[in-house]
Design a protein around this ligand. Structure first.
Ligand code: ZN
Length: 54
């Protein structure tokens, strides 16, 4: 499957920087794209590590 979700939407989703419309778009995409779910998990554990190290 071709993945069309820009990475800045994923990072924005994690940082809670998206508007309603963008968030829905990301959630819809995540529900059918395993690659992005994996990416999101990776990003979120990276973020957690960064926060813990501060
Ligand atoms: Zn994707």
């Amino acid at each position: 499957m071709k993945c069309e979700l820009p990475e800045e939407l994923l990072t924005g989703y994690l940082d809670n920087e998206l508007n309603e419309e963008e968030r829905i778009k990301v959630e819809k995409h995540l529900s059918r794209c395993r690659k992005c779910r994996y990416e999101l998990e990776t990003l979120s554990s990276l973020l957690t590590n960064i926060l813990l190290n501060e």
